[in-house]
Ligand binder design. Structure first.
Ligand code: MTE
Length: 340
């Protein structure tokens, strides 16, 4: 199989070697030494990727990259829902172009499969996102378990397409047409109690289908994230079921993921199985591992550098264009008031 790479990691943001080795030492003391060799903690391998000539996927590979996790033929109730109508309120800047589907689908962060972005889609092919249920529970009056059909068709849920900017903490970004509905539409179904101050998301833990879970036992699986309730109720926060007009491919987090476009990408958990409304602020996956690097709020902010690289600019995947990072990733008008 050919190895192709369309995007480059945060190679240009690398701090000096000494800092990198200090980081390794620190992680070793936590028993996390090997994490330093992978993913969000490292950048070395991306330097190599950056210099490798991109190689287009074959037609077979492209079909696998784009393959929806849910087969609509098995869900007659959903057949008419994709592609969903576009909500024109949420547009990209006039000069922005959507990232190509095959590019967005072949450079992924999904550590349950691997920390190697270029290989996630391949390893995810064996993942089975159907049947699936999401349990919504905790501080609410009508907790419930909802399957794929129920979530798509529950009263008050309106599937639509929105074009959002999506910014990873690693300083790459893409412009993507997500399909889904406002998270608040699902939360309203369970009638949150006044005590529900935070919303916690727990994702799939299937080591037999997710080799990264088996191979990297030092991570605190399953992946978990959380938002404040006012963030979760904001109309921008989207429960995502699809991308590029079709149900989500596995590597993007089929069948259900979150997209919180004003925060760094790790605040958008994939393949969610449980949503809990809770009183106290929960810890998150990355905050547990490195609280100084991945704090709870993690709003996109060009003025606050990551401890190991600048966040002042970002690289558009696919084109390599560098552009200035915008406060709240360009969504200040919708969310800045939440933080005053
Ligand atoms: N969700 C789970 N379950 N596991 C992960 O490793 N990675 C996060 C987020 N959600 C992650 C996750 C990070 S760091 C990013 S940048 C985005 O997913 C990447 O989403 P994409 O691969 O669909 O672009």
């Amino acid at each position: 199989m050919r190895n192709f790479s369309h995007k480059t990691g945060p190679a240009t943001h690398i701090t000096d070697e000494t800092q990198y080795h200090n980081r390794r030492k620190f992680l070793k003391t936590l028993g996390l030494g090997t994490i330093a060799a992978a993913g969000m903690f490292t950048v070395g391998k991306h330097i190599r990727n950056a210099s490798a000539a991109p190689d287009a996927p074959s037609a077979t590979e492209a079909a696998a990259i784009l393959r929806p996790g849910i087969d609509l033929a098995g869900h007659p109730k959903l057949a008419g829902l994709y592609p969903a109508n576009r909500n024109m309120l949420y547009r990209l800047p006039a000069d922005a172009k959507l990232t190509e589907a095959v590019i967005a689908g072949s450079y992924n962060n999904f550590y349950e499969f691997t920390t190697d972005k270029d290989r996630v889609w391949r390893l995810a092919q064996q993942f089975e996102p159907d049947p699936w249920t999401i349990e919504v529970t905790g501080q609410c009056n009508r907790p419930g378990k909802f399957d794929i059909d129920a979530i798509h068709t529950m009263p008050g849920v309106q599937l639509e397409e929105r074009h959002y900017r999506f910014r990873c903490v690693e300083a790459w970004t893409m412009d993507v047409p997500w399909t889904g509905f406002e998270l608040n539409q699902l939360l309203k179904q369970v009638d949150p109690k006044p005590d529900a101050k935070y919303v916690r998301f727990i994702t799939a833990n299937k080591p037999e289908q997710m080799p990264g879970i088996k191979n990297q036992p030092w991570y605190p699986w399953p992946y978990f994230e959380a938002l404040r309730i006012d963030e979760a109720m904001n109309p921008l926060a989207m429960m995502v079921t699809g991308i590029y007009g079709k149900p989500l491919p596995r590597q993007h987090g089929a069948p259900f993921r979150l997209i919180v476009p004003w925060k760094y990408g790790y605040k958008s958990p994939k393949s969610i199985v449980k949503i809990e409304l809770v009183r106290e602020r929960p810890k998150t996956f990355w905050e547990t591992l490195a609280p100084d690097e991945y704090p709870f709020l993690s709003n996109v902010d060009p003025t606050v550098p990551h401890p190991r690289w600048s966040q002042a600019s970002e690289r558009v995947i696919g084109t390599g264009e560098r552009r200035p990072t915008l406060p709240y990733n360009g969504y200040a008008q919708y969310v800045a008031h939440l933080y005053q």
